[in-house]
Structure formats: structure tokens, C-alpha cells
Design a protein around this ligand. Structure first.
Ligand code: ZN
Length: 468
């Protein structure tokens, strides 16, 4: 809708609501009667109108003396809407019934299909924080509103791409009437309800970085016992879920610091489906873990594997910890995880043979060379089976995502003839992991953190292998 003013007689535009004759020239502009000017907005101020000029026919903004906002004595002008004279006071009753506030970046759409799947002429991106006037709305299906956009505060019909009727994803908007939220009946909840339960005090984070490294705006404290509805979750890395927050009991999108997407530290939370721990994706699957070393030599010395003398730590003990973590993580999902104990004087080949009947066999090791090299690598037999390679790639990829950038470079998947592989039945996928170089680690804290991250990554890779 286009508003204009027409001057009924010669008059002043003014920077104040006083008599034009009393103002200095810099604060007044004389105009001839009959002049018509486009408006982008106006409001009544006493017996004056405060005008904001719009653009002329050539698209140029109209200014007088560098200003586009002026007062005019109301009796001197007529207000026109689409060329018809209207009373400025009637505008109050013509404003749109509702305001729709966009709470998250989203699409206005010409159908209820996903915005990302629509061609550009059938969607319009609207940013969080935008408010749009709405004349009427209809609830469509479970998750959409069809809205008829209205007239904005400048009196102009709001439209996008020539259309003023659009669909919008309901959970991301709030409808207001006279600044109060309009209660729209909540959509029926269909399908399972997922939630994220906090087993301990923890953080929601905007990235997988350590909470202490993040600015306050990028983290949010969540107390133990809190449960948040979620719409979707996915594995972000070995230690984190990435979750899309869901709808509360009133069908309204839950936001944390105005956002829906957050990372949660996996050990601190439990994912629930209809109130129960998420599906046990690994029921019926068997994993055999071989934490390396720990056997006694003929001289009666227990083999510690690679060592870090500075920290007085060794491979044997660390990979045993890895095995426990992997067993717990995969066991929680229903897998049967067997750990081959050390000190049993089994040959490497005999250790491999214990994998019989299992879906996969993972021999856990840490590397050492010159206290300088760092990196992770995964070995497969030479030649490997297809399943060996698939398992190795999944674990390698997970390891690649589990350390801080550059700390532990990816040395890749390598083929090697190793005695432990020779005992493993061909039907069982087998790998040997060297998660990092223990001799190059300079602090106990880093060693603990990397060992934990490595174990979770290996578990994640195994899970991926078993479920895809
Ligand atoms: Zn080793």
C-alpha cells in the first residue's frame, strides 16, 4: 500500500510543530499547494503529521535540506492511499492484526516442503529478530502456519517475490497481538519424543571446544537432572553430541541463548527416547578388544610396551584404560565387548584367534619413536579384507576428529603383516590402532585427555562400522 500527501495549499514543512514563520530557514521548507509527495511513513503528532518521505518515481529518496523527516500542519494536507484520500486516524484500525516475530533464521515458503529443497522463487530467507505484520494465519499440518502478510508500520503491504501468502515453520516464530503472544493450540506430538537428560552439571556449547575455552555467549550451564526436548541428535565427535533442541509441552521451540543447535558432552548426558535410553543399536553385536602388551618375558619381566619415562606412564596401562572405556561405551548400546586379558602367555596369533565369532577385533596400541613425532594411525592386514578397510577407515576418521586440530596428525590407514592379524578369522574385521605417540606427550593431563578421546573415537568408529 502506497501512501502520499497532497498539499491543499501553500505551506511549510517544519522541523518542529511550531509556526513556520517563527523558524529559521534551515528548519523549514516552503512548498506550493498541489504538491504530492510519497511517504514511507507518518504519524499523528497533535494537529501535525510527522512525515517520512519515500522515494520518487525515479527511485531516489526525497530530501529537503538533507532531511527526509518533517512535520506538516495536518489541515494543510490530504493523506492519500493508493491515490484515494484517507483520514490519518483510520489507519489505526487498518494495521495488521498480528505481528509475527521470527526467532530463528528460517524460510518463508510456498509449500510446507523443506525450505532447502525449494527453488529460490518459492522461498524467502527471513532472519532471526525480524518482525512481520500478519493479517491472518491458519495452522497447516503439525508444524506449519500459512500466513497472509499485512501492512507494515509505514503503511506498505509486505510481500516477498510478489507474494504475500507464505508458509512458515511454526516452531521458529511467535505470533503477537498487541505485543502479547497469541496462544496457538500446540501441535500434536507424533512419533517418539527425544530428550537430553543431564546426568551431571554440564554445559551446552556452541562448539566441541572445551567449555573453559569458550566465551560466555557460546556456552550455557545446565544443572544435573535437567531434561531438554530435542528434535534431532548426531555424533559430533567421540565426546560430543550435536543436538537440535525441540518443542516444549506447549509446542514452542525451546531456545537456549536464542539458539536451537548446541553441542553436549556425551559422558555428561543421556539421550532418551520416550523417556528410555535410546535404542540399543548394537544389541547382538560382538567386539573383541586386545589391549596390547602386558605379557611376561621368559626372564619374568612384564612388557610395558611403549613408555614415557618423563611421566612414568606406559602403553600397556593406557591401552587397558582404553579397552575399559570402549567396553563401557559400546556395552551401553547393547554390544557384547570382550577384552582379552594380558598375562596369559598367549602368542599374538592365539590372541587374534580369540576373535572367532566376533564382528570385529581391535588391537589397541600406542606408538613411540623419538619423543618428537606425533600422530595417529590404523593398521590392517596385508592384504586386508573389505571389512577390515571399512572398519579402519571408520576408526581413523573418528580419531581424526577427536583431537584438537593439529595436535595429533592423521598418519592414515596402513597395511602391514602383523602376527596378531594372522590368527583372526577372515570373517572378522580386524584392525590395530596406534592412537598417538605416548613418548612425545609432555604432560599427564594431555595424556589422560588424549587417551580418553582416543578410546571414545575408537568406540565411535566401531559403532559406525557396525551400524552402517
Ligand atoms: Zn604396542
Amino acid at each position: 500500500m502506497v501512501y502520499q500527501i497532497r498539499l491543499k495549499f501553500d505551506t511549510w514543512l517544519k522541523q518542529a510543530t511550531v509556526q513556520g514563520s517563527s523558524l529559521p530557514d534551515s528548519q523549514r521548507q516552503f512548498l506550493d499547494g498541489g504538491t504530492v509527495l510519497p511517504l514511507s511513513g507518518f504519524e499523528t503528532v497533535g494537529n501535525h503529521l510527522r512525515l517520512t518521505f519515500g522515494k520518487d518515481g525515479a527511485g531516489d529518496q526525497i530530501f529537503y535540506k538533507g532531511r527526509n523527516t518533517w512535520f506538516v500542519y495536518e489541515p494543510a494536507v490530504e493523506l492519500l492511499r493508493n491515490g484515494q484520500v484517507v483520514d490519518p486516524q483510520t489507519r489505526e484500525s487498518e494495521v495488521s492484526a498480528y505481528t509475527m516475530r521470527i526467532e530463528l533464521d528460517t524460510w518463508l515458503k510456498q509449500s510446507t516442503a523443506q525450505g532447502s529443497s525449494l527453488p529460490d522463487d518459492q522461498r524467502q530467507l527471513v532472519r532471526a529478530g525480524t518482525s512481520l505484520p500478519v493479517n491472518s494465519f491458519t495452522v497447516v499440518g503439525t508444524f506449519h502456519l500459512q500466513v497472509a502478510l499485512g501492512v507494515d508500520e509505514r503503511g506498505q503491504q509486505v510481500s516477498f517475490k510478489g507474494k504475500n501468502t507464505w508458509f512458515i515453520y511454526r516452531p521458529v516464530v511467535e505470533l503477537l497481538k498487541n505485543d502479547e503472544a497469541v496462544v496457538v493450540p500446540p501441535p500434536p506430538i507424533r512419533g517418539p519424543k527425544y530428550s537430553l537428560a543431564f546426568l551431571e552439571d554440564s554445559l551446552l556449547k556452541r562448539s566441541t571446544a572445551q567449555g573453559s575455552m569458550l566465551p560466555d555467549g557460546d556456552k550455557h550451564f545446565v544443572a544435573r537432572g535437567t531434561s531438554l526436548p530435542i528434535q534431532r541428535y548426531e555424533v559430533a565427535d567421540a565426546s560430543h553430541w550435536r543436538v537440535l533442541l525441540g518443542l516444549d509441552a506447549n509446542g514452542k521451540q525451546v531456545l537456549v541463548k536464542g539458539r536451537t543447535t548446541w553441542f553436549a558432552y556425551r559422558p555428561a548426558v543421556e539421550l532418551l527416547k520416550d523417556g528410555l535410553p535410546v535404542e540399543k543399536s548394537l544389541v547382538g553385536r560382538t567386539v573383541v578388544l586386545d589391549p596390547g602388551h602386558g605379557e611376561f618375558s621368559s626372564a619374568g619381566v612384564n612388557d610395558p610396551g611403549a613408555v614415557n619415562r618423563r611421566l612414568n606412564r606406559n602403553e600397556r596401562d593406557e591401552v587397558r584404560k582404553q579397552a575399559n572405556i570402549i567396553q563401557r561405551v559400546l556395552g551401553d548400546k547393547g554390544a557384547t565387548v570382550r577384552i582379552i586379558e594380558n598375562n596369559t602367555s598367549l602368542s599374538l596369533r592365539a590372541i587374534g584367534a580369540q576373535a572367532r565369532g566376533a564382528d570385529c577385533f581391535v588391537s589397541l596400541h600406542l606408538n613411540a619413536v623419538n619423543q618428537q613425532v606425533q600422530g595417529h594411525e590404523v593398521f590392517v592386514a596385508n592384504p586386508p579384507t573389505t571389512a577390515d578397510v571399512r572398519l579402519a577407515n571408520a576408526v581413523n576418521q573418528a580419531l581424526d576428529g577427536s583431537f584438537a586440530d593439529g595436535d595429533v596428525p592423521n598418519r592414515g590407514v596402513k597395511q602391514r603383516r602383523l602376527a596378531v592379524f594372522e590368527g583372526v578369522p577372515t570373517a572378522t574385521a580386524a584392525i590395530l590402532t596406534e592412537a598417538f605417540f605416548i613418548d612425545s606427550v609432555t604432560s599427564a593431563g594431555t595424556l589422560d585427555r588424549w587417551n580418553d578421546a582416543a578410546a571414545r573415537a575408537i568406540a565411535q568408529g566401531i559403532e559406525k562400522f557396525l551400524t552402517s
